[in-house]
Design a protein around this ligand. Structure first.
Ligand SMILES: [Mn+2]
Length: 568
């Protein structure tokens, strides 16, 4: 009995195993049946008669005028892209025409490995880097259409094509109104011309180098959709990248939203998911940087990692914005050149003028990050960057621009042109001051320890503190005020020093009656002068002390600080 039971059990197990094997084999076979090339619908040309018809459109058969056998199998016909060669862009030929010549350094033209890029097809798959909770997200069904604006200058053909293809293949077809390519005077005008044969792609070409800002504004001017999507020219959009962005803007047009920017490795073009716990920030040098969200915010986000991330600054390359709002807010500062500073400017402007900036974690777009700029800057990259950044600082940062000039002293001498119309715009829009931005949007940005907070004269009645001889070791004195700055221009620093140029008023000893002399500023004079000056100011309400030009004669003067603008 027992043995018979056992045999039955073994028999059952064998039957089960056999049927399981059968299922596995069947699945493998049916799997291999699906490896037929999927249509790269992004490569459909405008001339294609069914270019704008969706694949599952039942009317498709009527458009296929081919042999009767293919008529009965119209769907399969569509899934075989190169059976109708004239209908699709020949991507191999397009990329090859801009390819490397024998002996070319793969990095010389683009500062990324062009060989690696050229060897990848335009619709290569990329890993879905989203948090799994994003998959359950629902978006409104009436999302607005968008015009995608891509500006480029001497971009590699393979990266530019992959940018366009990823937009078309990974977006719902009805949401992409058009792709506007703005060729910013690339050496080879056919880079863009060839692509303009693709469905939905429009091309404009600048007659001279204009730079990112004016190019994007030109693109926006011919855009016909209600929402603008600005993209860099070497990106790859990931699955469902567009819907979460459009959803936020549709809900509130004053939101300016960005995807999480994944990393496309510049050496091997591997697609790598970026952290979803970053936002955009900056230091007082006003250079954009990624920074980790605070512990508190990260803890909050554990519950729902799909929530938007408020960001003080956008990286600038990729964002989505309502078109009317873009125009109302003054598009870009068109006096900015080439690249840089424009993300700072639009970030300040959006926040201070009533909008907001968000990173939407369920939207992912890969970007080739490079270590160097691939192209030259007319005028030198440092000067162009300083010119643009100064314009942003002068218009939007109020008195706080001093911290920038303090961090980047060389920028003080770079001309920034006329900003009258940008100031008028700020006034017209009723934008909030920079202090509001610091307090409400970016309280984490601390004021640096020892920077200038006040520049002006120190006076009592008609007499002013004056460097007199302005020599190391000599004392300062008083002199009738002339209001021309010069020897009477003093700077207070946050650290408590009183500075003239690079010299600081420094005590000769540690007593309250110490004579103050001019010494080169360094940390030790700062430290000492903090003590003395603090003491001094508490004390001077009765009869302050300063050394006079006559050496050791102390003159009691009551310091009155004019225009004291201590910040925060
Ligand atoms: Mn870029």
């Amino acid at each position: 009995m027992g043995a018979g039971k056992m045999r039955r059990k073994v028999k059952l197990l064998l039957i089960f195993l056999a049927s399981w094997m059968f299922v596995v084999v069947y699945l493998i076979q049916s799997g291999s049946r699906d490896t037929k090339p999927e249509e790269n619908r992004a490569l459909r040309l405008k001339s294609d008669r069914y270019a704008l018809t969706s694949v599952d459109d039942p009317s498709i058969n009527r458009h296929v005028d081919s042999s009767p056998s293919s008529l009965t199998d119209g769907q399969a016909e569509l899934f075989t892209p190169f059976s109708t060669l004239s209908s699709y862009l020949d991507e191999v030929a397009y990329v090859a025409a801009g390819g490397l010549r024998n002996g070319d350094d793969a990095y010389s033209r683009n500062k990324f490995n062009q060989l690696a890029s050229d060897s990848l097809r335009s619709n290569r798959p990329v890993p879905d880097t989203r948090n799994s909770k994003c998959l359950a997200k629902k978006y409104r069904t009436d999302l607005p259409q968008t015009s995608v604006i891509i500006t480029f200058h001497n971009e590699a053909r393979s990266t530019l094509l992959r940018t366009v293809v990823s937009v078309l293949n990974r977006s719902p077809e009805h949401l992409i109104k058009e792709i506007i390519l703005v060729d910013d005077f690339s050496d080879d005008s056919t880079d863009g011309q060839e692509l303009s044969k693709i469905q939905k792609v429009k091309l404009i070409r600048n007659e001279q180098r204009e730079g990112l800002m004016r190019s994007r504004v030109r693109g926006s001017e011919i855009a016909t959709a209600p929402v603008l999507t600005f993209l860099d020219s070497h990106v790859e959009c990931n699955v469902n990248w567009l819907e979460p962005l459009l959803d936020r803007v549709a809900e509130d047009p004053t939101r300016v939203v960005c995807p999480i920017i994944d990393v496309i490795n510049m050496d091997n073009f591997q697609y790598i998911g970026a952290s979803s716990e970053l936002r955009g920030g900056f230091d007082w040098n006003l250079v954009f940087k990624w920074e980790y969200l605070s512990k508190e915010v990260r803890a909050q986000r554990q519950k729902d990692p799909t929530l938007p991330i408020r960001t003080p600054m956008i990286a600038g390359g990729l964002f989505v914005m309502n078109k009317d709002y873009f125009v109302k807010l003054g598009t870009y500062d068109k006096e900015m050149n080439i690249w840089g500073g424009e993300n700072l400017e639009i970030s300040f402007r959006v926040w201070q003028c009533g909008g907001s900036l968000e990173i939407i974690p369920c939207s992912r777009v890969g970007h080739v990050f490079r270590k160097r700029h691939p192209y030259s800057f007319p005028g030198g990259s440092g000067n162009v960057f300083a010119h643009n950044t100064r314009r942003a600082a002068e218009v939007w940062m109020d008195r706080y621009k001093r911290y920038y000039y303090n961090a980047v002293p060389l920028s003080r001498t770079v001309p920034f042109g006329n900003i009258a119309d940008r100031l008028a715009l700020k006034k017209k829009l009723g934008c909030k001051p920079f202090k509001w931005y610091l307090d409400n949007v970016y309280p984490e940005l601390k004021l640096p320890a020892n920077v200038d907070v006040f520049v002006g004269s120190i006076r009592q009645g008609y007499m002013c503190l004056d460097t007199l001889e302005n020599q190391i070791g000599k004392t300062a004195g008083i002199f009738p005020c002339h209001d021309y700055g010069g020897n009477q221009e003093w700077t207070f620093t946050i650290g408590g020093s009183i500075k003239h140029d690079t010299m600081c008023l420094s005590p000769t000893d540690y007593s309250a009656m110490s004579l103050l002399v001019m010494k080169p500023c360094d940390s030790s004079t700062d430290e000492v002068s903090i003590q003395i000056i603090n003491f001094h100011f508490q004390w001077n309400s009765c009869r302050g002390l300063l050394g006079s030009a006559e050496g050791l004669i102390y003159i009691g003067i009551h310091l009155i600080i004019t225009k004291l603008n201590i910040l925060r």
